[in-house]
Design a protein around this ligand. Structure first.
Ligand code: 6PG
Length: 250
């Protein structure tokens, strides 16, 4: 493990090893909390293997499904059965098989108005606040046990894009993003940086040679969303060999 600016970078061989390492961290975070557990999932392709693993042994039996609540860090305005729907993918790959329906908390893009994504954002913010039991985040009591994240080619994370106002939001927990910076160019809803930061662990998964250039910029400290996303607890980056920047190679 290499420590880079208050962030732990763990290199793994390939996407298969990355999914296993991520599953281990999910189980550790779960085992540390004997009460109600909150996990914030992410979209994109990177977490898919992890989601598949969580639906198989030995992982499936290690999850106390009745006690775990599943949220999502951002959502796209596409139909819920579209392969680009973030929570739809997680549901299909593992949640619908094992998680009680009342423990799955999708962002309500199917009922919200895509021309005013802030309305749907306010609904989800209300749901998060009601789950948390307060309107203000208390640093001593993180909202999430674990927040999963990925990084896009422009350095975005969740649906927080470089230069967008959503990135600087400090009051609202969830905001609408009228148009994305990358495909699919549909409106989005995203949790804001302070909300994502309210966790015991923020875990990035990054794999593939096409991620190496942006990762080099992020780890060099450039002002990019993925660099500004930090946990109030531990921030961990799982990076496979193909994505690992030159100066992180052993
Ligand atoms: C989204 C995602 C986004 C994603 C990155 C990485 O809805 O677009 O939440 O932030 O994590 O773009 O995506 P890949 O895993 O597909 O590279």
């Amino acid at each position: 493990m290499v420590t880079n600016d208050n962030r732990h970078v763990i290199s793994v061989a390939d996407p298969v090893a990355m999914a296993t390492a991520a599953a281990e961290r999910v189980i550790i975070r779960i085992s540390e909390n004997p009460g109600r557990i909150a996990i914030c999932l992410t979209g994109g392709s990177s977490p898919k293997q992890l989601y598949q693993l969580l639906a198989t042994e030995p992982w499936r039996s290690k999850i106390p499904w009745q006690r775990v609540h599943w949220f999502i860090g951002d959502e796209r305005f596409v139909p819920s059965d579209d392969p680009l729907h973030n929570m739809g993918v997680a549901r299909k790959l593992f949640l619908d098989q094992y998680a009680p329906a009342s423990n799955v908390h999708p962002i309500p893009t199917s009922v919200a108005d895509p021309t005013d994504p802030d309305l749907g954002a306010a609904l989800y913010e209300g749901e998060l606040k009601s789950f948390y039991g307060a309107d203000e985040l208390d640093p001593a009591r993180p909202l999430f046990d674990l927040v999963l994240m990925g990084v896009g080619p422009d350095g975005h994370t969740a649906s927080l894009f470089p230069g967008y106002p959503a990135l600087d939001e400090v009051k609202r927990w969830v905001v609408g993003v009228p148009k994305a910076n990358v495909e699919p160019f549909v409106p989005r809803i995203t949790l804001t940086l302070p909300t994502l930061a309210s966790c015991r662990e923020m875990l990035f998964e990054v794999a593939g040679a096409d991620k190496r250039a942006i990762l080099t910029q992020v780890f060099a400290g450039e002002n990019l969303p993925a660099n500004r996303a930090r946990s109030s607890g531990e921030t961990v980056w799982l990076v496979d060999q193909a994505a690992l920047p030159e100066n992180f190679r052993g």
